[in-house]
Design a protein. Structure first.
Length: 241
């Protein structure tokens, strides 16, 4: 476990060394980082340690006070708009432009290929949606962690997810190893859709991270359709090849 604490009473490097050594005498403590600037300590422990126990340990070595810094998690349930068609205007416009671009890529439409249209659509979808996520990577990561089953346990997943989307977009664009590309899409978006479905079933009013932190879109069945549509297209393309 990792917890951060403010510490008052430290005045020099000797105090820092004394506090660090004393905290590490506690059996649950694995390691500590103590800093004099904006005096604080980060304690890595095997289990939660009562604040009173930490205070007692430090008072044996001097007049030090320790207080846990409570992590403030972003509230994504506030100021969300009512779910209606106009709410999703940005999403509708973006998808419409991607559909238009995918169709125009086959101009002058001699021997129109639906599979190529799907491939171009998926390329545009992943590239454009990754762009919005990368505009505020931390904001997206915080939002995504509120409902995704992997990002909720490992925050790093939210930080690399937009780059995976970007990579998939490029892979579809250049038609790189379609079998591999489609399997990655099915796996990544299939897992992502689990958290989306669970949030909708639990009727959680949280922010959808599909367009990153740029637009204030509420989670709804639209998000489920978005994910499962991409999975379905990948399955279709996989079975067709």
């Amino acid at each position: 476990m990792e917890n951060k604490y403010t510490i008052t009473g430290m005045t020099c490097g000797g105090c820092v060394a004394k506090v660090k050594a004393q905290l590490e005498t506690l059996p649950q403590v694995q390691n500590t980082t103590v800093q004099l600037q904006e005096p604080h300590a980060i304690i890595y422990s095997t289990s939660e340690i009562p604040e009173t126990k930490l205070q007692e340990a430090l008072q044996e070595k001097g007049n030090y006070d320790i207080k846990k810094i409570e992590e403030v998690k972003p509230s994504l349930e506030l100021d969300l708009p009512e779910v209606k068609i106009s709410t999703y205007k940005p999403l509708i416009l973006i998808v419409t432009f991607i559909i238009g671009g995918s169709a125009l890529s086959q101009y002058p439409f001699e021997g129109f290929s639906f599979p190529d249209f799907m491939r171009h659509f998926m390329a545009g979808f992943f590239i454009v949606f990754s762009f919005f996520k990368l505009l505020n990577l931390k904001g997206f990561s915080d939002s995504y962690a509120m409902y995704d089953i992997i990002a909720g346990k490992w925050k790093g997943w939210g930080l690399i997810y937009p780059f995976i989307e970007l990579g998939l977009g490029i892979m579809y664009w250049v038609n790189f190893e379609p079998q591999i590309t489609n399997w990655i899409t099915i796996t990544v978006l299939g897992v992502s859709s689990i958290g989306v479905i669970k949030s909708n079933l639990n009727k959680k009013k949280i922010k959808c991270a599909c367009l990153g932190d740029v637009f204030n879109l509420p989670m709804s069945t639209v998000t489920i359709i978005e994910d499962l549509l991409m999975v379905g297209m990948a399955v279709y393309m996989l079975l067709r090849n």
